[in-house]
Write a protein that binds this ligand. Structure first.
Ligand code: ZN
Length: 114
């Protein structure tokens, strides 16, 4: 399944509550600000597409918020809490590797849980 890429600053702005969102994945859509429409960001969001498929979408969002709140409760800034989310750690670690998704194993995001 190929994700559907939508370029919309407006939608990204709606999700920019705690941090400025450059791109967001809402399975099966990848929504990007025009300035984030590049291979690396699309690869990053495609990693989130795989994570969302593994967690039937809804559990991805529940866990995403859980890990973010866990970081906040631990005293992290909004930005640092975001970077502590295992889904983001996997995506940031691998988004420059355009072949990552070819070799990625199911649930590899779990390797990024502290
Ligand atoms: Zn991300």
């Amino acid at each position: 399944m190929t994700p559907i890429v939508i370029i919309s600053s407006f939608i990204c702005e709606l999700f920019s509550v705690f941090i400025r969102v450059g791109g967001i994945t809402l399975y099966p859509f990848i929504i990007l600000r025009p300035e984030y429409n590049n291979k690396t960001t699309i690869n990053h969001e495609k990693i989130h597409i795989e994570q969302q498929k593994e967690l039937l979408v809804v559990f991805f969002y529940i866990l995403y918020v859980y890990y973010w709140l866990k970081g906040k409760v631990a005293g992290l800034s909004s930005e640092a809490a975001y970077m502590s989310i295992p889904f983001e750690k996997e995506a940031y670690d691998n988004h420059h590797n355009m072949k990552y998704l070819d070799k990625r194993k199911k649930n590899d995001w779990k390797n990024y849980i502290n």
